[in-house]
Design a protein around this ligand. Structure first.
Ligand SMILES: [Fe+2]
Length: 392
């Protein structure tokens, strides 16, 4: 009997070890495309185990992907070392503007790493280019007559709803997508990012359409909130230029004062917003902003006077700066209902319209050089709201 239990314990231990260290490396989320420019883009994906990842890129010239050795791009975050991680972030650059490229994601799992010459790798694995077409994506053009994009916000972990919304979208017809915050309800554990929206988002964007992944107030909450940045290339507040269309992405912080009991002393939102406001002052003076034909701002929390503390913060920290910049439109979420604040001073001090997209709806935006049109769609595919405004 004693021998039986010893054998059982050994089997259980071996099974547990086998589960801890997979033999095969595979992607479990992504790839997603971030930070698109006229000369490059960043590819991010997650694997089922620690691995070394790289990306192979080929022109879209009709040749078979296996026609020749393709240009390889590596994860350079290791400061001279290969990055061994379950999240891979590879910058592809040096490309031609407005050009479609094919690519595949490559990886070899690291089962153990005991010393400089003692690494136990899995068999390498790459995304298929033989039975299926390789992934494709394009660099940004230098000029755009119009820019089209979809916005999703306040999904709050309803992954199946996100999937329905995104399946009704037309990824081939948009230039990018924005997840504008509160995609989860808390960051209590980091797996929520992958399991509760990002795998679905990546699958629907097909590794092709660039994604701007913005935080809402709920992504500030929870012990694993720091892991959010594993999935971001660059800074959380940033800008992007699509020709003369200039986009500002704000990180709008929490909705209550930092010392609220709900945060248990973990928040430092105010100094963060102050630093961001200083950055924004420089942004609106930049040639990219000044010379733009259309300027659109994204932020999760909308500016409001007399609202919650977070709403007031946006009105006080950012709106006075944005009012100097000739902003055409600000797109927000957070309120779980469709709202339009016209620039009449009644709700916020903004001298531009603020559109609040409802929760669990897809906002489809077409920005032309003279007019911006917005349409919101429910999960049933019904157009629920629309709005248009002149650019300036
Ligand atoms: Fe929110």
């Amino acid at each position: 009997m004693k021998r039986f239990f010893c054998l059982l314990a050994l089997c259980l231990t071996l099974t547990a070890l086998a589960q801890q260290t997979p033999d095969k490396v595979r992607p479990i989320c992504g790839p997603i495309i971030e930070n698109p420019t006229t000369t490059g883009f960043t590819v991010i994906w997650e694997t089922n185990m620690d691995a070394i990842g790289w990306v192979e890129v080929a022109p879209d010239d009709g040749s078979h992907f296996y026609n020749r050795d393709r240009t390889k791009f590596y994860d350079l975050r290791g400061h001279g070392n290969q990055v061994i991680s379950n999240i891979h972030k590879v910058r592809v650059d040096g490309l031609k503007p407005g050009t479609k490229y094919r690519y595949r994601i490559m990886m070899k799992g690291v089962k153990s790493f005991d010393g400089p010459s003692n690494v136990d790798y899995t068999r390498p694995w790459g995304s298929d280019v033989y039975r299926k077409n390789p992934y494709t994506t394009s660099t940004l053009k230098e000029n755009y007559d119009q820019v089209r994009f979809d916005v999703y916000n306040d999904i709050h972990q309803k992954d199946s709803i996100l999937n329905v919304l995104m399946q009704a979208a037309k990824p081939d017809e948009i230039d990018f997508a924005v997840f504008n915050g509160d995609m989860v309800s808390s960051m209590a554990w980091k797996e929520k990012i992958r399991e509760m929206f990002l795998t679905t988002g990546a699958a629907n964007l097909k590794g092709s359409v660039p994604l701007f992944l913005q935080r809402g107030n709920h992504e500030f909450r929870g012990k694993d909130s720091k892991y959010w940045f594993d999935y971001i290339d660059g800074e959380q507040y940033h800008t992007a230029s699509f020709g003369k269309f200039f986009f500002i992405f704000l990180d709008t912080g929490e909705d209550k004062p930092d010392n609220d009991i709900e945060y248990a002393g973990t928040m430092l939102s105010e100094p963060y917003l102050e630093a961001q406001a200083k950055w924004l002052e420089e942004v609106v003076k930049s040639p990219e902003c000044k010379n733009a034909a259309v300027r659109i701002v994204f932020g999760h929390i909308p500016p409001r006077k007399g609202g919650w503390h977070g709403d007031e913060n946006i009105n006080e920290y950012f709106v006075p700066i944005l009012n100097k910049a000739g902003i055409s439109l600000m797109i927000c979420g957070h309120l779980h209902q469709w709202m339009v604040y016209e620039p009449d001073g009644s709700v916020s001090d903004a001298n531009f319209p603020v559109v609040v997209n409802s929760n669990c709806e897809r906002l489809e935006v077409t920005a032309g050089k003279k007019e911006i049109t917005l349409k919101a769609f429910s999960p049933e595919g019904k157009e629920t709201h629309s709005y248009s405004c002149k650019t300036r």
